[in-house]
Design a protein around this ligand. Structure first.
Ligand code: XMP
Length: 328
């Protein structure tokens, strides 16, 4: 039987009891597969890799090493949350690599979206491979492959946009959630005790804020974007029904603003426009735009224009098609 095909008899894991049974079975299978060997995992902090990490910590504890690469394009508070949950609370072996400068130096001046993605993917592989080479005796590589990855992209995680690990770093794969759908992965994560903010977090592209800092990335605009994104997540996150995905983007474009000094004298200056985007979708193929109450939009505007460099806030009401969800 092809191990990449979900058996027709496999029940949908939609409650705690089924999730507990899945966890118990996987812990047993993982221990059988891995024995006393060591496993490496690239832990992004996304749902899939986090659930795989938590499962492996339960099964093999310190035989797992997680590597969290901060590419500088993560959202506000994300690396801190990964360290808190996995190192401090779950006691994982966690290698944290702040490679921000390396990514941003390579991205400087690059404005073409696919080139940006390729650079982010390549530098990620380079940094991860370097860390892997520093570790002794690793025999397995764990991956957060889930069933839609197998169905849609031949098992390649969407965020691994280029290549793979170098030839001298070929490991056997450990993919404990590869037959699960996203809702099942979340149920398993919740049952394993991961925080809701991790288990139910909205989809976030592998290249992160890199595809939302539109055009050539600069540190000042990226930092402004990270602050604006935190405001949008906070305010839209308070709605009774949250959209499927909500974020903002800042294009490499400036428009005229005006500031008044204490004497009431106005001075014109150039600033960025921050675009708020919130969409609903089932499968990310088509997307609609939910209504956001005007007072919520105004509250976000008032907070966002306090961020240095931003002087304008726009709301993107484009549907997919004709627009894509991300701006680039
Ligand atoms: P688009 O913009 O194509 O986005 O309508 C559809 C969904 O895919 C996400 N997305 C990405 N995810 N790497 C990823 O891992 C990427 O390069 C990428 N580009 C878009 C997007 O956030 C949306 O959920």
């Amino acid at each position: 039987m092809d191990s990449n095909v979900r058996p027709a008899t496999m029940a949908r894991i939609n409650n705690k009891e089924l999730a507990e049974a899945f966890i118990a079975e996987q812990v047993k299978l993982l221990r059988e597969q891995i024995g006393d060997k060591k496993v490496l995992l690239a832990l992004s902090g996304g749902v899939d890799s986090s659930v795989v990490a938590a499962l492996l910590i339960k099964a093999i504890g310190k035989q797992l090493t997680c590597v969290h690469v901060n590419h500088g394009l993560l959202r506000k508070g994300e690396p801190e949350q990964v360290i808190k949950v996995f190192r401090d609370e779950l006691g994982a072996n966690l290698v944290y690599v702040d490679a921000t400068d390396r990514f941003l130096d390579q991205l400087a001046g690059v404005s073409e979206p696919e080139s940006k993605r390729k650079i982010i993917g390549k530098v990620f592989i380079d940094v991860f491979a370097e860390e892997a080479k520093k570790l002794d005796g690793i025999e397995f590589l764990a991956q957060g492959t889930i069933y839609p990855d197998i169905l849609e992209s031949k098992g390649v995680k969407a965020h691994h946009n280029v290549g793979g690990l170098p030839e001298d770093l070929k490991f056997d794969l450990v993919e404990p959630v590869k037959l699960l759908y996203k809702d099942e992965v979340r149920m398993v994560g919740k049952t394993l005790g991961l925080p809701d903010s991790m288990v139910y977090r909205q989809p976030f592209p592998g290249p992160g804020l890199g595809v939302r800092c539109i055009g050539a990335i600069t540190r000042d605009r990226l930092n402004a974007l990270r602050e604006a994104d935190a405001i949008v997540r906070e305010e839209i996150g308070k709605l009774p029904v949250t959209p499927w995905q909500y974020f903002c983007a800042i294009p490499d474009l400036q428009s005229t603003g005006i500031k008044y000094d204490e004497n009431g004298k106005g001075e014109r200056y150039m600033g960025w426009a921050c675009i708020i985007r919130a969409i609903n979708t089932v499968d990310a193929v088509k997307a609609t735009v939910p209504e956001i109450p005007f007072d919520v939009l105004c509250k976000m505007r008032d907070e966002i224009v306090k961020i240095p460099g931003i002087n304008r806030v726009l709301w993107d009401i484009s549907e997919k098609p004709v627009a894509t969800i991300e701006w680039e």
